[in-house]
Design a protein. Structure first.
Length: 215
């Protein structure tokens, strides 16, 4: 099978929820982070973005275990976590963060996944992202006026506490901004201790750190 054909087969398998199909495509030489053009070539997506959008937890888990990038973006700058948040895919959001995805990753409009969840009013996803360490101060995160009232109320309540959370998903300990240590590389991720930073980096954040801002 030619590599180009294998890449197309990979996306067909992801679309159909075929784990065996994905494994076969990768074995045939498919690029797990291949950018598939769509929409008259106006945008692209990776297999992980597609699986995240669909909310296919088993597929997302397989792709992540096979080395798919949690920071590879579409042509319009959305990362897998943006796609999952916009669709309210809570289990996928948790899985992506567990594999090191930056919870406050920005797109080209400076929107974070939390903003996307607020725009589409996925209240439970908003709560989850805040629990996972998302910054509730959306004033610099883009399109605050687009956020729905119910979601915005939750975010505002979190912001008024002036507490943020450790971004290590195994911790999530709350603390004030001045007591949490900011990642020196991406400047977006916060930790309550060096041990939490080391643990988060070991599961994948090191790979995506530095690819979190879009210019």
């Amino acid at each position: 099978m030619a590599v180009t054909d294998a890449n197309i087969y990979l996306f067909d398998a992801v679309s159909n929820g075929s784990l065996r199909g994905v494994e076969a495509a990768l074995k045939a030489g498919a690029d797990i982070d291949y950018d598939l053009p769509y929409g008259n070539n106006s945008n692209t997506m990776t297999a992980l973005v597609l699986a995240s959008f669909n909310g296919d937890v088993d597929m997302v888990d397989l792709l992540l275990r096979q080395g798919a990038s949690v920071s590879k973006r579409t042509r319009k700058s959305q990362a897998p976590l943006h796609a999952a948040a916009a669709e309210g895919r809570r289990e996928v959001v948790k899985l992506l963060v567990q594999y090191g995805a930056t919870v406050d990753i920005r797109d080209n409009y400076q929107k974070t996944p939390l903003v996307h969840a607020c725009v589409f009013n996925h209240v439970s996803t908003v709560r989850l992202l805040l629990k996972l360490g998302a910054n509730p101060d959306l004033r610099e995160a883009g399109s605050l006026h687009e956020c729905k009232k119910d979601s915005l109320k939750i975010v505002e309540e979190a912001r008024k506490t002036k507490l943020l959370r450790c971004c290590n998903p195994e911790c999530g300990k709350p603390g004030y901004r001045k007591t949490l240590k900011l990642c020196g590389r991406c400047k977006l991720t916060r930790y309550c201790s060096r041990d939490c930073q080391i643990q988060h980096w070991s599961v994948g954040h090191k790979k995506c750190c530095g690819h979190d801002m879009y210019f």
